[in-house]
Design a protein around this ligand. Structure first.
Ligand code: ADP
Ligand code: ZN
Ligand code: ZN
Length: 743
């Protein structure tokens, strides 16, 4: 057999996907005796450069003239780094999303491996408890809260596994100054470091509750699909025990030797969630989150790929992790926008995981209290099985929701008197209050009272947001900043006023009104530092912070057991949003935020401020709940021929002049009109909702089709043509299939 590799006539050609923006693969001679296998990384010459790419196929006849063919210069892997099924999935994704295959494959690999580094897990430094560490040591740390939290956790691990420890990625999530804390603990002799390749396998410590009848039905149904493809929508209100259902299923599959992939929104991936999993699952659990550095990411990815890790819990991009024994995929908060990648390769992790599950014959569980319209429609069409959890587990009750009509009412800093007195009452009786406003900063506009000019971004069509604490104006689109001016930038008048409200302003106003109360503001500004969010959430959970003010960061997946009142300030923005998804997102956000209330003993209350108390959809949502609301939204979508009843793609273009992107898109419309496709229409081009960002003008074109295949065909022809054309190199353009956002 070996001899055949050396036969002259046996010309071998590898098809290689390279990180370039072209929608094609490249052929290279294969001068090695090692067989050509998809998923192997190679270095090849490309122009005057060398690039690392991934083999996707082999062939006998090259697609370019033999004289122009070059040789693969180096092979990086003896065995495919990406298994064949995953390569196949990525090829499919490249054609579905019309994104260059080379970039698709690159985004599936951790950065280090993408650059060609060796595919072996490195040793990492971990920390474990010494024999000197005990409860007394812990008690002495009351004045060093981070050291206390870390030692507590390390001791907890030590009790279940004397050799177990904590790796830096888990420590990072505990607090930004974890390294200092660890150094202190080491100096005191309570913690020691050791090198390890393996993360410790956890031993379950939590007791397993009896399932409620609906949970039992869910577990049984999904279990019935082990070993085959099936998609289940676990539609359960907040606190109904969805996570408990996942844990049962995961435990079972891991015990049988399978691997499980769990996808969650970035914001949910906190130590609390990881520890809840660790305390229940017997096996090696790794998490892939944004706080990992490149070495750690590659390390855990490889442990999943070589089968060491039993459970991978991660955000969106974890969907590409190779898992040879995959037996179950869980997607928590399946409606969450963060599952969709919004730049570059714009994939939806939920949709890809369905394809993945189909390939390896395993079930997918999509969990949510507010399912996406797509998933609800798939249930209605019989493609998914819907499992409903209608009761809260434990003794918590669902909150009572009320609308506060704020028309013609005096508002204090954007809040009605009714809301403010309700906050006061709750605080007096020892409750915890959450105020939700999906806008950070102090105020979204700085206005001159004399000439009416607003402080705008110089490079975007947008107002600058006032950030009072830092004394700056900041553009939320390009990040530009300048000091808050003393006088109007147009006329010099000093009569400047802020308009509108952001979380910072609400926090200040509430602090003034309730000076004794500990307030925590949770938004992107206060949680930018690593570990800051973790600390804020810990304080919120333990009840140190009595009043929480925050953006959508507060809406997702956290358990604040003491929250007894939720105030929602800006629901109207969602009612009159700019695109057809705004309404769905508003409904989801409202229900998710409301779900934070009344999780333990007291029944929670939710007050929603609105200027449209009679809006029928808002009424349905408040009175009848998310299900009937979603049914209405779906009816409207069907009547308007919008997704999920039709299929759309958004083509975006941008350039340094306003005319260029519109002309570019106009040419696409013209070519579609030249050869019309039945059931396919173009809407636009129109300027993007914010046309100029960072000095570049943006326009967009919506393509809508009544079948997936005609949309797909049109986009394939388009990308083929644009790859060849010159104008496509002057305009930056992108295709977004099944868009989630419209800016
Ligand atoms: P969800 O994921 O739907 O928000 P969780 O699984 O987090 O719900 O459950 C909410 C709370 O109820 C948790 O504290 C959980 O431990 C508890 N719980 C879940 N299922 C049960 C059960 N069958 N019996 C008792 N408590 C339960
Ligand atoms: Zn002015
Ligand atoms: Zn800007």
């Amino acid at each position: 057999m070996v001899a055949s590799y050396f036969r002259q006539s046996d010309v071998k050609i590898a098809r290689v996907a390279l990180p370039t923006p072209l929608h094609q693969v490249f052929d290279y001679y294969w001068p090695f005796s090692q067989p050509i296998e998809p998923g192997i990384r190679v270095t090849v010459p490309f122009g005057r450069r060398s690039l690392v790419g991934v083999v996707v196929d082999s062939c006998d006849t090259p697609s370019v003239t033999p004289e122009r063919m070059r040789k693969v210069s180096r092979v990086h892997d003896q065995q495919p780094l990406l298994p064949p099924a995953l390569v196949k999935l990525l090829l499919w994704a490249s054609s579905y999303y019309h994104h260059p295959i080379g970039e698709v494959l690159a985004s599936a690999l951790p950065v280090n491996l993408r650059k060609g580094s060796d595919a072996v897990p490195q040793q990492l430094t971990a920390y474990r408890a010494t024999d000197l560490a005990d409860e007394l040591a812990l008690d002495s740390l009351t004045r060093a809260p981070l050291q206390h939290r870390i030692l507590q956790r390390i001791l907890e691990i030590h009790r279940t596994d004397p050799n177990g420890g904590m790796l830096p990625d888990a420590l990072k999530l505990m607090g930004s100054s974890w390294r200092q804390a660890i150094n202190q603990l080491t100096k005191k002799g309570w913690v020691e470091s050791f090198d390890t390749e393996l993360v410790s396998a956890s031993t379950p410590t939590d007791t397993v509750p009896m399932l409620l009848p609906e949970q039992q039905v869910a577990v049984d149904s999904i279990r019935g699909s082990f070993g085959e493809f099936g998609c289940f929508l676990l539609n359960g209100i907040t606190g109904s025990g969805k996570t408990e259902v996942y844990l049962r299923l995961i435990t079972e599959q891991v015990a049988k030797g399978h691997q499980v992939l769990v996808l969650v929104p970035e914001i949910s991936l906190t130590p609390q969630l990881l520890q809840r999993f660790q305390r229940r699952i017997q096996g090696v659990l790794v998490s892939l989150h944004s706080a990992l550095n490149d070495t750690e990411r590659a390390h855990y990815w490889l442990q999943a790929a070589n089968g060491t890790a039993d459970v991978v819990i991660g955000t969106r991009s974890a969907v590409f992790t190779p898992m040879p024994r995959l037996g179950l995929i869980v997607i928590d908060e399946e409606h969450d926008g963060s599952l969709k990648q919004q730049e570059g390769f714009r994939y939806h992790a939920r949709d890809l995981s369905l394809m993945r599950a189909r390939d390896c014959s395993c079930p997918v569980v999509l969990g949510s209290a507010t399912p996406s319209m797509e998933s609800l429609n798939n249930c209605a069409k019989g493609r998914y099985d819907q499992l409903i959890l209608s009761q809260r587990a434990g003794d918590a009750q669902s909150p009572e929701i009320g609308l506060l009509d704020i028309r013609r009412r005096p508002l204090t800093e954007g809040m009605s008197d009714t809301l403010i007195s309700a906050i006061g009452e709750q605080l007096d009786s020892g409750g915890q209050v959450l105020i939700f406003l999906n806008r950070r900063g102090f105020a979204p506009t700085l206005l001159c009272n004399d000439c009416g000019a607003t402080a705008d971004c110089k490079r975007c069509d947008a107002h600058m947001t006032v950030h009072a604490t830092r004394g700056v104006l900041r553009c939320h689109h390009c990040g530009a900043e300048r000091p808050v001016p003393q006088g109007c930038e147009s006329c010099g008048s000093v009569r400047l006023d802020t308009r509108g409200y952001g979380t910072e302003r609400i926090e200040q106003a509430l602090q003034k009104r309730f000076p004794e109360t500990v307030i925590a503001r949770i938004d992107r500004d206060t949680t930018r530092r690593r570990g800051a969010l973790e600390k804020q959430l810990a304080d919120a959970t333990s009840g140190i912070s009595q009043l929480l003010v925050g953006t959508q960061m507060l809406a997702k997946g956290h358990h604040f057991p003491n929250v007894s009142l939720v105030g929602i300030l800006d629901v109207d923005r969602g009612l009159y949003g700019t695109d057809y998804r705004a309404l769905e997102q508003m409904g989801q956000l409202l229900v998710q935020v409301a779900g934070r209330a009344g999780r333990a003993q007291r029944r929670g209350k939710v007050l929603v401020q609105t200027r449209s108390p009679d809006n029928p959809l808002l009424q349905t949502l408040i009175r009848e709940g998310y299900g009937p609301f979603a049914a209405e939204v779906l009816k409207d979508r069907e009547a308007a021929a919008l997704p999920p009843y039709t299929f759309v793609a958004l083509i975006r273009a941008e350039a340094s002049s306003a005319a260029a992107p519109r002309q570019f898109l106009q040419a696409i419309v013209a070519s579609v009109n030249d050869r019309p496709v039945a059931g396919l229409s173009c809407f636009g081009p129109v300027p993007a909702p914010i046309e100029r960002v960072s000095g570049r003008y943006r326009a967009q074109l919506l393509v809508q089709a009544n079948s997936r295949s005609s949309l797909n065909r049109m986009l394939s022809e388009l990308t083929q043509r644009l790859d060849q054309s010159k104008e496509s190199r002057q305009t930056r353009w992108s295709i977004d299939v099944d868009p989630v956002d419209f800016f």
